[in-house]
Design a protein around this ligand. Structure first.
Ligand code: PRT
Ligand code: ZN
Length: 299
């Protein structure tokens, strides 16, 4: 393995795999990822991608095996707590929060259970894959509980009578509903992030490669969030239009040939443009409204 190449760990197969690979591809990395192999080499940047279980990623960074990782902050935070407990190193940096893997770690209880606060969970048996995050949360409230650690299918624990409550990740809430449970407390808000070893532990060549990749990642996220808007509007209504497009940068205004009263307005908006906004633009007199996705962006 070439020691000047940056090693980046991503989840091999699971909820973060597709988005992680897609992000790297959008950054222009040409990688031939094969499910059967643990490592893939980028052809056009000095980066090697390791495909591993998500739970291993924080440790690989903290133990200095890889320089970069894409991981849910839930797993990162849980790992930090468990590693601190056994005295293992926990140094790392979060370079960027990403726009996927959004979920929350929540406490959920049976639909028919009366709930007035976390105190209702005193001495309850709670199934979870995140015992350290759960303990930190309930310890702060001085609530004793019995943890029941499961690495998956946590919601089934309640249905099979093995637990009184569960503490699991939720995104839409459909799984809880299907299992007759209701969410009562959010204990941690999570999303995927790009984490790295601390800069001081890495040679300058690797830091340069990481900064280059980070710049591209930030550009990709910004572009995904932004839209390019074009429309025609009467000059005297320009202010109203720009007020409506919040999160927009300075517009470009171009004269329309053959019409002295109207201009074409081009603007980059960093907020989602909803149908309601387009309808409002139209009611202010805008015409020929186009909303275009942006492929690449760098400031
Ligand atoms: O095999 P490996 O260890 O790599 O993967 P894994 O099985 O441990 O993790 P995986 O792929 O399930 O999840 C990876 C990461 O995705 C998590 O650590 C979170 O950061 C993120 N993530 C985002 C989620 C969810 N959303 C999510 N909804 N992880 C799991 N879920 C599960 C949840 O556990 C529950 O079973 O989805 C179900 C709830 O979903 P809803 O939509 O019904 O609420
Ligand atoms: Zn896992």
């Amino acid at each position: 393995m070439n020691k000047n190449r940056v090693r980046l760990a991503i989840q091999k197969s699971g909820r973060l795999s597709y988005d992680s690979q897609n992000l790297l591809q959008s950054c222009g990395l040409k990688i031939n990822l094969q499910k059967s192999s643990l490592i893939a080499f980028a052809e056009n940047m000095p980066i090697d991608v390791m495909l591993v279980r998500d739970d291993d990623i924080p440790g690989l960074i903290m133990d200095g095996v890889v320089e970069l990782g894409i991981i849910g902050s839930n797993v990162l935070e849980e790992t930090c707590l468990t590693r601190s407990f056994i005295g293992a190193p926990v140094e790392y940096s979060i370079l960027q929060y990403l726009d996927f893997g959004v979920c929350r770690l929540s406490l959920s209880i049976p639909l028919d259970m009366h709930y007035i606060g976390a105190v209702c969970l005193t001495n309850a048996r709670i199934a979870t894959s995140y015992p350290s995050l759960l303990k930190r949360y309930l310890d702060k409230k001085n609530i004793p509980f019995k943890p029941f650690v499961l690495n998956g299918s946590v919601e089934v624990a309640y249905n099979s009578g093995l637990a009184d409550a569960i503490c699991d990740l939720v995104s839409t809430g459909a799984t809880l509903e299907a299992n007759g449970l209701k969410e009562v407390e959010t204990i941690y808000d999570s999303r995927a992030c790009l984490m790295s070893r601390e800069e001081k532990t890495m040679p300058i060549e690797k830091i340069r490669i990481i900064r280059k990749l980070l710049n591209r990642i930030q550009g990709v996220i910004k572009a995904r969030e932004s839209k390019y808007i074009m429309l025609h509007i009467e000059k005297n209504k320009l202010n109203k239009i720009t007020n409506l497009l919040k999160g927009a940068e300075q517009p470009t205004i171009v004269e329309l040939s053959g019409n002295k009263n109207k201009v074409a307005l081009h603007i980059v908006s960093s907020e989602t443009v909803f149908w309601e906004t387009i309808e409002q633009l139209k009611s202010l007199g805008a015409s020929s409204i186009l909303v275009l996705p942006i492929e690449k962006m760098m400031e």
